[in-house]
Design a protein around this ligand. Structure first.
Ligand SMILES: [Zn+2]
Ligand SMILES: [Zn+2]
Length: 832
């Protein structure tokens, strides 16, 4: 083997090489796929980007991970679909358009053009023929069709509601987009506002979405836990408590009907309509003050802050339907109108929050559930007893255990018609109306005579008018554009008004993965046989920040599309990998923190392959990646070393025989063994858990062995076939990570077919096995025997084998063994 005289600082010509192979892949359509393949299908997808302007290091990391999997699976013999597109609607386009005095469409498409060249410059293996942009009417027309189909099926409805309003974004936000009371996008405090809006009935699917979490075995447990929590299923009962002296009832939901005899007060949200009851009592003023104080406090509430629990008596009582007792009604600042019925029956003896409230306001505490074999005393109780137990003080239900009691007490309410069993969810219906311009128009029409009607399917798409432009008012221009909103009623033909709201952009990303299967199909949204062939996505890769928003919506939408008869699969993503963030100086890279590294600069300086290699090597995918200049330098040096090693031996490699002689010399045998061990290690690392960093480290070890052999001037000792085998394996194993580089070197070493058409290398277990080693066996410190064992042998096994050795047994004889000393892989001393 030759070692090259070049210095570390000399870089291989990545500019030329990368351009050459990118052109080759594009002109050969290397990554174009269709359904007519004898190979099994594999659908690999990364979350598509928002065309914000330039790709950032987070994109580079996400798409590098995806590209390794795509190329690896392709080499393993799969028919790999790996598409790319643009999540192109959204508010930043409007803001940018305002700032630069241009149109959101123009800004968006210019960004797409630029970012596409950047992605191509990274050498990602996309089937570009499937590219789509969600702001294209050819895409969103089908979304409008889905909306209408869902409307017809009762899965879409319109209602007046208190919405989350972001003043700075001038739009409504879904619950999922409000994080700790703040806008997910601009971090502004969100305010409640009453408004009409369209809703998707995601709650109809709550049970299925929850149940199928158990089958998503290829998802990170962390994401499933977040989804389960978000859906938040509670099983319990709804009970009506009549309000004394009125014909009204206070409806409460409880998961603990077994404690209903212990209810000593009621807590209702400050927004609850029954707070009005205080008006004609002497509590009126106090309640009004409390309500307005609470509203202000909630608005000023910091994300992690909890308000001190407070409440005030509303001056009215309700009647416990089980006991006939009068129960005072309080309004309390910890009860939220959005959850359950906005009213809670308070059982201080069995709920810690109620307990603290009762002690604070001197309200009675009444034990009705006793721990088995114990007797709690209401007067001296120090904390609530929240566990299940045996009922007491509960009339005909005394002696029942909690679970039994829940059923019996609920059944009694149903019989007497003042309650029923009920399951509630934390999940709310998905409000999708946005008062924005740059989104998919909601295809509905308002007629003074006929009411609300969907746009006829034959009139789709409702195209976003290109002559409208957002202005500084923050209001959507669609509200004022007569040529858009003025229309005729599809029912009576009279003048009518079009809906001017657009859809939440999360609707577009809820089904794009299905459209990729037939992106240019014009007769419908999805070509059935194609979508059934490709779906579900076998491996989905994206940021963990999408755990509840996008990933829950996409699951919901898939089930809706199944029920509308468009697809067969119930779940969109079989396996999910959530990669960590790219951080620098301890913080996520962001413009405002001034710690952004621009991939463009890196590509210019080091080449795309180095950037890819660094982002894969620096951390396992699920962890955060800490940016390091040194790490990039290191990746670059490694590739240059491999380049020089291969280039200086290229003639020898081109002529070398394929087959290793049956009895190679020791060094050749060592290299052969290391090659097969490396193939085994890299294959395992890529197949399980995508541990690219350890896979790359293994290849580096193989390269280091070759380098050390070559520096020993030992070219005559190593069989050319063993070198060729090692170099070929290095290139094949690195190819998914640094594809241009490996394509070039593969060609340079005399291969006639391109590396992209090679199969993934296989390892021979016999070749990979370490040779046996000799262990010395002593009895009382004297060598008595020797043992040939595998180098992987464990201490216990070695000890056992030593004691079974005939010669050792002969010297031990009838003596008892005092101890056995094991020096791993070297020596065993039996002391008698
Ligand atoms: Zn906002
Ligand atoms: Zn009409």
């Amino acid at each position: 083997m030759n070692s090259s005289p070049q210095k570390d600082s000399d870089r291989y010509d990545f500019v030329h090489i990368e351009a050459k192979w990118q052109k080759h892949w594009l002109s050969e359509n290397t990554f174009k796929v269709n359904e007519d393949s004898p190979r099994p299908k594999y659908y690999l997808l990364e979350m598509f980007p928002y065309p914000s302007g330039r790709i950032h290091m987070g994109h580079v990391r996400n798409y590098s991970i995806g590209d390794v999997v795509a190329r690896f699976k392709r080499m393993q013999g799969y028919n790999v679909l790996h598409p790319m597109g643009w999540d192109a609607f959204g508010l930043p386009a409007e803001n940018a358009a305002l700032k630069h005095d241009t149109h959101p469409a123009r800004w968006t498409y210019e960004n797409i053009d630029y970012m596409k060249t950047q992605l191509q410059r990274m050498g990602f293996s996309y089937d570009w023929d499937r590219e789509l942009a969600t702001c294209d009417p050819e895409y969103y027309r089908w979304e409008q069709l889905f909306f209408i189909k869902m409307y017809e099926k009762g899965l879409v409805y319109r209602k007046m509601t208190s919405v989350n309003w972001c003043e700075s974004c001038q739009t409504v936000l879904a619950n999922e987009q409000v994080i700790d009371g703040r806008c997910w996008r601009c971090d502004n405090q969100v305010q409640p506002q009453d408004m009409h809006g369209w809703f998707f009935r995601i709650t109809d699917y709550a049970d299925e979405l929850l149940a199928e979490c158990d089958n998503l075995t290829g998802w990170p447990e962390k994401v499933l836990t977040m989804q389960r929590h978000w859906i938040g299923k509670s099983i319990g009962a709804e009970i009506d408590f009549p309000v004394e002296g009125t014909d009204q009832v206070l409806k409460i939901f409880t998961t603990r009907p077994d404690t209903i005899f212990g209810a000593t007060f009621m807590s209702i949200a400050p927004e609850h309509p029954l707070v009005e009851l205080s008006r004609h009592t002497d509590q009126a003023e106090q309640v009004a003050q409390f309500v307005s104080r609470t509203r202000i406090a909630r608005k000023q509430q910091k994300p992690d802050e909890e308000l001190e629990k407070e409440g005030v008596f509303v001056g009215q009582y309700c009647i416990n339907p089980y006991t006939g007792e009068r129960i005072p009604i309080f309004t309390a600042n910890f009860v939220l109108m959005e959850y359950g019925t906005g009213a809670v029956m308070a059982v201080p003896a069995h709920d810690q929050r109620d307990f603290e409230f009762a002690r604070k306001y001197n309200l009675p505490v009444k034990v009705v559930v006793q721990p088995e074999g114990e007797e709690l005393d209401s007067a001296s109780l120090a904390a609530a007893f929240e566990e299940p137990g045996v009922l007491t003080g509960s009339s005909q239900f005394n002696g029942l255990k909690s679970e039994e009691a829940k059923r019996a007490i609920t059944a009694f309410a149903a019989e007497q018609k003042f309650g029923k069993a009920m399951t509630t969810y934390r999940l709310r219906d998905w409000g999708i109306s946005r008062q924005r311009y740059w989104g998919t128009p909601i295809p509905m029409i308002y007629c003074p005579a006929c009411g609300v009607l969907p746009v006829p399917e034959s009139d789709l798409p409702v195209v976003l008018p290109p002559d409208a432009k957002p202005d500084k008012s923050g209001r959507s221009p669609l509200h004022f554009l007569e040529s858009f909103y003025k229309t005729t009623c599809p029912g009576c033909g009279e003048e009518a008004r079009r809906e001017t709201d657009t859809m939440d952009t999360f609707v577009e990303s809820s089904w794009y993965f299905a459209r990729y299967a037939s992106p240019h199909f014009t007769e419908g949204p999805l070509e059935r046989d194609k979508v059934d062939y490709w779906l579900p996505v076998d491996q989905y890769i994206g940021g963990v920040e999408h755990a509840i928003l996008h990933l829950l919506y996409a699951r919901f939408f898939t089930k809706v599309l199944r029920d509308l008869g468009y697809i067969s699969t119930a779940e969109p993503f079989k396996n999910l990998l959530t990669q960590g963030m790219v951080i620098k100086d301890g913080a996520k890279m962001s413009k405002s923190k001034g710690n952004v590294v621009d991939p463009n600069d890196l590509i210019k300086e080091y080449g795309a392959d180095t950037v890819r290699l660094f982002s894969l090597f620096a951390a396992p995918p699920e962890r955060d990646l800490e940016w390091s200049d040194k790490g990039v330098e290191g990746a670059s040096r490694f590739l240059n070393r491999v380049y020089r090693l291969v280039e200086s031996n290229k003639d020898m490699l081109a002529k070398a025989p394929e087959k290793i002689p049956s009895d190679p010399d020791e060094k050749s045998r060592a290299l052969h063994r290391k090659t097969h061990q490396t193939i085994r290690k890299v294959t395992q690392d890529l197949e399980n858990d995508f541990h690219f960093n350890t896979a790359i480290a293994a290849v580096m070890e193989l390269v280091n062995l070759m380098l050390s052999l070559s520096s020993e001037e030992s070219e005559h000792n190593i069989d050319p076939a063993a070198i060729k085998e090692a170099v070929d394996a290095t290139l094949l194993l690195l190819y998914p990570m640094t594809p241009h580089f490996c394509s070039e070197l593969w060609q340079m070493t005399g291969h006639e077919t391109h590396i992209e058409n090679q199969s993934w290398p296989t390892f021979n277990p016999d070749s990979a096995r370490e040779e046996e080693i000799t262990v010395v066996l002593q009895v009382n410190g004297k060598v008595r025997s020797r043992l040939l064992v595998s180098p992987d042998i464990g201490d216990d096994e070695l000890k056992e084998l030593s004691l079974q050795d005939e010669k050792v047994q002969k010297f031990v004889g009838s003596h008892s063994i005092r101890k056995v000393i094991v020096v791993p892989k070297k020596l065993v001393n039996v002391v008698i």
